[in-house]
Every structure is written in structure tokens, then in C-alpha cells.
Design a protein around this ligand. Structure first.
Ligand SMILES: Cc1cc2nc3c(=O)[nH]c(=O)nc-3n(C[C@H](O)[C@H](O)[C@H](O)COP(=O)(O)OP(=O)(O)OC[C@H]3O[C@@H](n4cnc5c(N)ncnc54)[C@H](O)[C@@H]3O)c2cc1C
Length: 414
């Protein structure tokens, strides 16, 4: 059977586009290389799926920002929420504008998409890894390596990026689009942990601390994020740190010196705090002196970085030593030696260039009838629901674009 649209990739973008097209009465086949659709979706937002953000604006996006802006205009977060409510998933924002399904379960979002696809007659073919996509005449043909094929008037590539390969990410989509002359911008991990010299952080593995994290390039703060830092054997992760990875890569790629500065007492006069504490707890040695302000082991690391002996009692701290310790508490600075790879990253920076697409509908300028949406394109967002918002909104625009192509065909043939 020839379909109206072939959708390659059954992730967030592919599923929502399939739903939207089928709801308009279009015959759709969704080809997914994994045994199940939407695996990555299940891992989003720690299993709760932060599906959009009410405060989303173009400034939350990188890469082709104009395309992100166009998608936000066509399908703003409230309209996306409305779409999900129509699928039976009421959405609830938190105080930061991050939106979750009312059930707080990513599985509810995936189930709602799957159910609506089934109700609307989308054909889902799993274990179907598209290895070639060609345009033999007035349509497209997708083929798997085992010889299976599907053909349709339009094709939508939603194969995602390179982040989290365990959940299905691979570079197939870039190759499929390159086959039509599409350009692909350099890709690198965005939203990923920062690597620091292991000696500085090894003892802190698993410790979490609230504060502010700034990324410094050659000593100058470029961006500061507030939130939780999570230490690992190799560096710092947690949302606030991971958010800085994209910028860190850019600084290091241009040969700059990169550091992170952690302020673990934001908004406080650290020197005054510690002077008062030294009087209050005079017998405490540096081993325990900061315990309570920060986790004990982190307090020890800060004292060490300020050059203080663990056996030193608080009553013996000089003013200079207090100033050094306050400097460490309010600005512990660690060199950044790299960024974790795609294995550990949440999102891909770079991708198929939007210069080759009509950003009003995500249609290819190289091959009419070919569309793309989601992470395969050169748009990535910050943490907070912005990446799924891009996946939904670009895919819904593409679905409308496909619908227009099909409607035009119909008028011509009448
Ligand atoms: C751990 C984790 C947590 C995240 N949490 C959030 C969050 O809370 N909020 C947020 O906004 N973003 C989050 N993200 C990012 C978000 O999940 C992605 O940006 C989004 O899923 C991208 O959607 P997509 O449809 O473009 O790609 P994907 O969801 O990656 O889907 C692409 C699909 O295409 C399939 N595919 C690939 N190649 C082929 C082929 N050749 N043939 C057939 N099928 C193919 C893949 O198997 C996959 O199923 C998170 C990411 C990760 C890894």
C-alpha cells in the first residue's frame, strides 16, 4: 500500500506527527528501528517527562534560533499542552514553568500517543531500521536492510540526534538527509556532565550540593546557573552543571581555558558567616568545620583547596585563613578538562542545517515532499522542557506542512 506519509523514527517527534496526520485522516506509516517506539521519552524528566515549559522563548534555544522561534510561534507551549489534553493527558506546570503530565509519569505521555496513533489508524512498524530513503518519482520509498520497504507521497525524518545511543540515538537521519543534498552542521554533546581533574572530585562521588555554578573562559564568567551540582568520580553533573556543557565545548574548541566556579553560599557574606562560626564552634577542626553548611566531605575538600590542615581547630584560624576558606566556599574553582560524550549526554547540539528547510513548515528546500523535525535538526534547547517542546512543535508544523502538500495534490487531481 502507498501511504500519504512515511515517518522515519518513532520518538517524540515521529509519534506526535503520526497522531496529528492520522487525526486529519491521512494514511501514515511510522517506521521505528527499535522493538518499541518512544523509548527515550520514557527516560525524560527522570521518568516524569518535562514535556514543555510555559516560559519558553527563542533565547532558550541554540543553533538555528529562528527556526525555534518559528516553531514556538506556530505551536507555543500552551497549544502543545492543549494537544496533550486532547489526548487525555492533563498537563501541570511547576513554579519554574516546567510542564509535566498530571500523572507525573512519562509512560502516560507515551501511552497516550500510542493509543491515539492506534485509534486513528497509524500503522506502526517496529524493528524497521530505515537504511535508505529515495525519491523514485512523485513520492518517497524507505527501505530496511532486510529488503522491507514502505512508500508514500511525503516523508518525515524524525530520527533524533546522537545523544543517549542506548535509547536508540544513531546518526542514520543525517545520512538519509545528506542523500538529498542536505548539509549537516558539526555535532557535539549538549546537556552533559563536565569533566574535571579526577583528584579534585573523586572523594566527593555521589555528593549533591545546592548553589550557583559559573562557567569561566580564560577567567571570565560567561554563564551562571543556579541549582544542584552532583559530583562524580570524573567531574560535576546535575542540571546546573550540565547546562554549561555546550558553552564549555565551544570555549575549548577555540582553544580557551575553561573552568567552573561553584558558589556554595550564594547570597551570603561567606567571610562573615565563617568568622561567626569559628567563634561559635572554636574546637571544631577543619575536618568538620563546614559540615552543615555543605556536606561534610565537600567541606573537607573546600578546606583542603584553601590550603588548611584537617587538624586545624577553628579557634586557630587567622583572618587570612578565614578569607581563603570563604573564597573556597563562595568560589571553588575547578579546571574543566572536557565534557562527557554522547553516551551520557541528553541532547545533541548541531544537526541538519535549517538553511536547507522552509522553517514555516520544516519542508526540505532540496526535495519537495521531504520534511524533518526534532533533534535531527540543528536546534537544541536548555534543560527544562525546551527540547521536547522543540520536538513536538517542529513535528506538528511538519505534519501541517505534509497535510498542505497532500491537500494541494488533491486539488490538482480533481
Ligand atoms: C535521559 C534523558 C532525559 C531527557 N529529559 C528531557 C526532558 O525532561 N525534557 C525535555 O524537553 N527533553 C528531555 N530530553 C531530550 C529529549 O528527550 C529529546 O530532545 C527528544 O526526545 C528528541 O525527540 P526526537 O523525536 O527528535 O528524537 P528521539 O526521541 O531520539 O527519537 C528518534 C527515534 O528514531 C529512531 N530511529 C533512529 N534511526 C532510525 C532509523 N534509521 N530507522 C527507524 N528509526 C530510527 C530511534 O530509535 C528513536 O526512537 C532528555 C533526553 C535524555 C537522553
Amino acid at each position: 500500500m502507498r501511504y500519504d506519509a512515511i515517518i522515519v523514527g518513532g520518538g517524540a517527534a515521529g509519534l506526535i506527527a503520526a497522531c496529528a496526520l492520522a487525526l486529519r485522516g491521512r494514511r501514515v506509516v511510522l517506521l521505528e528501528k527499535q522493538p518499541r517506539v518512544g523509548r527515550k521519552l520514557l527516560s525524560t524528566g527522570n521518568g516524569r517527562c518535562n514535556l514543555t515549559n510555559l516560559r519558553a522563548s527563542a533565547g532558550d534555544y541554540h543553533g538555528a534560533r529562528a527556526a525555534a522561534q518559528a516553531a514556538l510561534k506556530a505551536w507555543p507551549p500552551k497549544k502543545v499542552m492543549g494537544f496533550f489534553e486532547g489526548l487525555g493527558v492533563p498537563c501541570v506546570p511547576d513554579e519554574a514553568g516546567r510542564v509535566y503530565p498530571m500523572s507525573r509519569q512519562a509512560a502516560s505521555v507515551l501511552d497516550a500517543l500510542r493509543l491515539r496513533c492506534a485509534e486513528a489508524g497509524v500503522e506502526i512498524c517496529t524493528d524497521f531500521a530505515v537504511s535508505s530513503l529515495v525519491c523514485p518519482g512523485d513520492g518517497f520509498e524507505a527501505r530496511a536492510a532486510d529488503g522491507r520497504a514502505a512508500s508514500g507521497r511525503c516523508a518525515l525524518v524524525c530520527t533524533g540526534g546522537l545523544a543517549a545511543p542506548k535509547l536508540g540515538a544513531c546518526g542514520d537521519g543525517y545520512r538519509l538527509l545528506e542523500g538529498f543534498g542536505h548539509r549537516v552542521t558539526p555535532r557535539f554533546p549538549a546537556i552533559a556532565a563536565l569533566k574535571t581533574p579526577p583528584d579534585a572530585v573523586r572523594a566527593l562521588k555521589g555528593i549533591r550540593a545546592e548553589g550557583e555554578i559559573a562557567l569561566l573562559a580564560d577567567g571570565e564568567a560567561l554563564r551562571t546557573e543556579a541549582g544542584e551540582a552532583l559530583f562524580s568520580e570524573t567531574g560535576v553533573s546535575g542540571i546546573a552543571a550540565m547546562q554549561l556543557a555546550r558553552l564549555a565545548t565551544q570555549v575549548m574548541n577555540r582553544g580557551g581555558r575553561c573552568e567552573v566556579r561553584l558558589n556554595l553560599a550564594p547570597g551570603l557574606d561567606a567571610a562573615a558567616l565563617l568568622s561567626h562560626r569559628a567563634k561559635q564552634l572554636p574546637e571544631r577542626t577543619m575536618e568538620d568545620f563546614l559540615n552543615g553548611i555543605v556536606p561534610r566531605r565537600l567541606g573537607q575538600a573546600l578546606a583542603k583547596s584553601a590550603g588548611l590542615e584537617m587538624s586545624l581547630a577553628a579557634k586557630r584560624l587567622s583572618d587570612k585563613q578565614i578569607a581563603r576558606l570563604a573564597g573556597a566556599l563562595g568560589g571553588w574553582t575547578l579546571p574543566v578538562t572536557g565534557v562527557q560524550g554522547f553516551d551520557q549526554a541528553q541532547v545533541t547540539a548541531g544537526g541538519a542545517s535549517l538553511k536547507d528547510f522552509d522553517i514555516r513548515c520544516m519542508q526540505s528546500l532540496r526535495a519537495p515532499g521531504l520534511f524533518a523535525a526534532g533533534e535531527v535538526l540543528d536546534v537544541d534547547g536548555d534543560c527544562g522542557g525546551f527540547n521536547l517542546q522543540w520536538a513536538w512543535s517542529s513535528a506538528l508544523m511538519a505534519a501541517e506542512g505534509i497535510d498542505s502538500v497532500l491537500a494541494k495534490d488533491c486539488r490538482i487531481h480533481q
